[in-house]
Design a protein around this ligand. Structure first.
Ligand code: SF4
Ligand code: SF4
Length: 230
C-alpha cells in the first residue's frame, strides 16, 4: 500500500512548508511590537527596564495572552468539528494501539494516578514482539513506527472478538474518544480519517506555532521575570 507511505512523506513535506510560513507569520507579529527606531534583536541580552527588555516582555505577553488563546480556540473548533464524523467499527485501533511508553512505564504511571495510563493498562496488553504487531497491519505499523519521535511500543485489546468489541455501547472512554488528537496517525479505514485529513493543514499550523513560540520563549533572555507585569 504505497498510499500510506506517500501520505506520510507528503505530510513531512507539508509540515516543513507550514512551519516556515508560521515562522514568518510569528516573526511579523514580533516585529509589530518592536519599539520605534529600535534596532536590536529580540534574542539579544538587554539591561533591566531597557527598551529591549520591554520589547521582550511585550512579545512574551503577546505569545501567552494572544497566540496561546488563538491556538486553544482553534483547537476546540477542530474537536467540535470531529462530531460530524463517526467510528466505523473497523477495530484497527483495538488491534494496534501504540504508545511512546513501555508496559512498565505505563504501569508506573497508572500507579502514580495518571488516568489515561490507568485506562490504557486496563484495556490493552503489549504485543510480545514488534514482529507480532507488524503482522496485524503491516502498513499501519510502518506508518506508526516512522511517525514516532522516540521509542514506540505496540499493544492490543484481548477483549476483541472476531473484530467486534463485545460491549461496544459501553466501551471505555479512551476507546470512545479515539482519536481525540487530530495529529494522531490513522488508518484509511477509520471513520475519522477524513476529519483528520480536512483539519490537517490547520492542525499542523497550530503545532508549528506552538513549537515556534516555545523556541522564542526559551531563547529570549529576560533580565527580571518579575518585571513582566502579567
Ligand atoms: S474495549 Fe472494545 S473498543 Fe476498546 S479496545 Fe477493546 S475491543 Fe476495542
Ligand atoms: S480505527 Fe477509527 S473507525 Fe476503526 S474502530 Fe478505531 S476509531 Fe473506529
Amino acid at each position: 500500500m504505497a498510499d500510506l507511505n506517500s501520505t506520510f512523506s507528503n505530510m513531512k513535506e507539508n509540515y516543513r512548508e507550514i512551519f516556515l510560513k508560521s515562522v514568518d507569520a510569528i516573526k511579523g507579529r514580533v516585529e509589530e511590537l518592536r519599539p520605534l527606531n529600535f534596532e536590536g534583536d529580540i534574542f539579544d541580552k538587554y539591561e533591566i527596564n531597557s527598551i529591549g527588555a520591554q520589547w521582550q516582555n511585550a512579545v512574551i505577553e503577546m505569545f501567552e495572552k494572544d497566540i496561546c488563546r488563538e491556538i486553544y480556540e482553534k483547537w476546540q473548533e477542530i474537536l467540535v468539528y470531529r462530531n460530524n464524523f463517526e467510528c466505523k467499527g473497523c477495530a484497527i485501533c483495538c488491534q494496534l494501539a501504540c504508545s511512546e511508553h513501555s508496559p512498565g512505564e505505563l504501569q508506573k504511571r497508572a500507579q502514580n494516578g495518571d488516568e489515561f495510563a490507568k485506562q490504557f493498562t486496563s484495556i490493552f496488553v503489549p504485543y510480545k514482539t514488534k514482529d507480532e504487531a507488524e503482522r496485524v497491519y503491516p502498513e499501519y505499523f510502518k506508518l506508526l513506527s516512522e511517525h514516532a519521535v522516540g521509542d514506540v511500543y505496540f499493544y492490543h485489546c484481548p477483549k476483541l472478538d472476531c473484530n467486534r468489541c463485545p460491549d461496544y455501547e459501553n466501551r471505555p472512554d479512551i476507546c470512545r474518544h479515539f482519536p481525540d488528537n487530530p495529529l494522531d496517525i490513522l488508518p484509511e479505514s477509520c471513520g475519522f480519517y477524513e476529519w483528520r485529513k480536512e483539519v490537517e493543514p490547520v492542525t499542523m499550523t497550530l503545532h508549528a506555532m506552538m513549537e515556534i513560540i516555545e523556541y522564542y520563549k526559551t531563547k529570549i533572555v529576560i533580565p527580571l521575570m518579575e518585571d513582566r507585569n502579567l
